[in-house]
Ligand binder design. Structure first.
Ligand code: IDP
Ligand code: MG
Length: 155
């Protein structure tokens, strides 16, 4: 059976909030048939960002990730669906907007790697860790979409 309970962590970063892209980013995931199972606005702390970005510790941009990331609100979300981690990365586009394809969020809206408007988990392990940073387990809801059989061929 397909893992339709696969989860990914998607964040509209502070620059995405400033750019007015919250609705656009949600729309792209909704249009693709993914299910929103948790959402909240967050004022990220440096401590949360250190865990969230732990793989980047020691990089020359780490301080700016923490500094800019904690400078204002962001939108934290958990999206659910079969293949949502991989598909989510495709919806986002390449990390460096200069290389991101048109049609992706970053390819359509971002100009700089340090202002690439959105975050998405890159693996199941990262998704679990990131969801844990931003949400309590009880904040992740379960709901059934009416007509799911028309959206999925495996469920
Ligand atoms: P991702 O967001 O596509 O997963 P990662 O390589 O995990 O990309 O990097 C996390 C974030 O760190 C990026 O989204 C970007 O904002 C920032 N970042 C990554 N590499 C650089 C860099 O070389 N200069 C400045 N910022 C960077
Ligand atoms: Mg990453």
């Amino acid at each position: 059976m397909a893992n339709t309970r696969e989860h990914t962590f998607i964040m509209v970063k502070h620059d995405g909030v400033q750019r007015g892209l919250i609705g656009e980013i949600i729309r792209r995931f909704e249009n693709r048939g993914f299910k929103l199972v948790a959402i909240k606005s967050v004022q990220a702390t440096r401590a949360q960002l250190e865990v969230h970005y732990e793989d980047h510790k020691g990089k020359n941009y780490f301080e700016s990730l923490l500094g800019y990331g904690s400078s204002g609100p962001a939108i934290a979300m958990v999206w659910e669906g079969h293949g949502v981690i991989t598909a989510g990365r495709s919806i986002l586009g390449a990390t460096d907007p200069i290389k991101a394809q048109p049609g992706t969020i970053r390819g359509d809206y971002a100009t700089a790697i340090g202002r690439n408007v959105v975050h998405g988990s890159d693996s199941e392990k990262a998704a679990k860790r990131e969801i844990d940073v931003w949400f309590k387990p009880e904040e992740i809801l379960t709901w059934h979409r009416a007509g799911a059989q028309h959206l999925h061929d495996k469920y």
